[in-house]
Design a protein around this ligand. Sequence first.
Ligand code: MOS
Length: 750
Amino acid sequence: MTTLSAVQRAVIGQPQARIDGPMKVSGGAIYTSDVDLRELLHAVPVCSTIASGRIASLEFAAAEAMPGVHVVLHRGNVGRFYRISGNSMDTGYVDEARPPFEDDVIRYYGQYVAVVVADTFEAASAAAAAVKVTYDVTAHDVGEALAGDGEPKVESERGDAARAFDAAAMSIDETYVTPVETHNPIELHATVAHWDGDACTFYETSQAVSNHQGTLMQMLGLPREKVRVISRYLGSGFGGKLWMWPHSLLAAAAARYTGRPVKLVVSRKMMFQNVGHRPVTQQRMRLSADADGTLTSVRHDFVNHTAMADEYQESCGEITPVLYSVPNLRVSSALARRHVGSPTAMRGPGAVPGLFALESAMNELARKLDMDPVELRLKNEPRVDESTGLPFSSRHLTECLRTGAEKFGWSQRQPGVGAMKRDGLTLGWGVGACCWPGVRFSAQATVELRADGTARVVCGTQDIGTGTYTILAQLVAGETGVPLDRIEVALGDTALPLGPISGGSAVTASVIPAVLDAVRAAVAIVTARAAALSESPFSGAKAGSLAFGAGRVHRKSEPPQSGVPFSDILKMARMHAASGSGSAKGGFDDPLKKSYSVYSYGAHFAEITWQPEIAQLRVSRVVTVIDAGKILNPRAGRNQIEGAVVMGVGMALFEHTMYDPQNGAPINSNLADYIIASHADTPALDVTFLDHPDTVFNEIGARGIAEIGLAGVAAAITDAVYHATGVRVRKLPVMIEDLLGERSEARRDG
Ligand code: MOS
């Protein structure tokens, strides 16, 4: 049970406009590439035009002689970079571990081989194009068909999946493939590096300033206090901006070399080459069941591609052991090296491609059993997390399925292929469940109650566009009654108390305990000071019924409503401004995970329309129900889930980074040829949040929502495609050719 006070209830769980909205829409918000400093220079990288080989020669004299050019940096003059030790989220994590220009070896198309520094972006671009590089080319492999290198690794196992599969009445054995997808936030990656003596300030497009600082200090060989990273506003990131990429170091080196601040903005083309992507995944699913639909085994064997020098794993099987009750299960993983840049986390890493496979397999099994796919899921609902035996902190997947079915009108479903029509169009209906782990990281926050009646809350986390600024203000408002528009929030700076990465949908659950601690500490100080003053012989004020003691000051995580009316706290704060600090612990070794299985859940119901005469397929509506605990700001929260569902439409129907087999280049590396779902592709959206606060996780009961909305959408859509057309697409995205029965495997496997 959550026990929100009346003042909390007035702001928490209420739809709030983003407090940073006016700054953004009026152009007042300074994004990284907007940063302008005196004497600013511009850097433009030179990218390799082969995917595998060595640099044979680099001719840059002509480029360096061009107007406005200060220097061409290359392996010979860039200066020293170091590899980070440990590569851990505690000290500094990076997906591409090789510092730029470390050797002459080319391992992917687009790898940086030099960087031009000039007075203007135009001069630097022109000179970058004039740098001549020759290569000793060796054979590359960017193929999409994957066989794992070496033995698969067992990720999770219980019972005997192989035996149960062989003995089963009903089974399916299918392979699902998801392509390379590229993060395409509107804001390009950018760095502005500025040295002041031996200290460097970085304005960065970073979802994790503190990790960025940890990485940069190691790779530049500087103490922590000499590196400051600032990321105040982000035009989103989708995971691509979680970890540092080599251009940050190039900007630092260029600024170090020239003694002037340097801006480096990654181009849209480089976004497809140099800053990560979701890798190709190939997932073999073997499911078996009794005739009544009781699952008897699940096997999930997946492989993803990775770069030649880095081992990124797309954890496709992470959710599989948890989602359904099944006595026999085996999940295994493998990697296949390709000549591509390092993959990285992309919205819902692991779960998003993984649930395309698992949920598609469940839908196929339901068809084979002649069973409603919602019923099949309800039938296999577990009582505990069968991978660990632990209880769920809070799980309402069956309510998501039932509520979604009700809102969608699922009872009207006629399951036959092509059986449903509306306005001359064939309808297809499909369902997919979704799930994402509840994660929280360590966080610190400071809250100041100021004499002018305003408050300030600071935390070194970031707002990637999802509404973090606003929820911090809501948390402070709920404890003090200070209105949202009188609360200043500062984020995105390593000079602030340590904040969590904006990743893993973890910020909200991470900051709740830290901010509540901080604001309560500030309130306690204010009230204690007021009480002390009222007891002083020199004070004319009456203590009245206010009974505070200094002992309250350091008590942590008290329930709200200390007995003091908020109006009194505000009055007291006018005389006794105070600042309080709070902190909370978390991480992947969170001790709570030894006692509870913490996940969010949801269900998507999708409708497509199909017009075979002109081969037109549209996603017409999606009903989504999410169980993510308490939603602090349902307005921003709904936006996140809506955006995720639209991204799911893109995943199902459009997104596919293609590599040119000739030279290994990501060839559709622009927003005209890489198709993402746009407004015109957006179906009617209906998002519902169940309100079951997860108070095991934190006192407000929020788990976090960003990534879950994308998981399961593609499986719901492809099942709807099957329902309408009779074509089962197991390789994303769905192509018109698939639906016309002219699928060319040669083309798809490129
Ligand atoms: Mo998310 S892929 O953890 O930014």
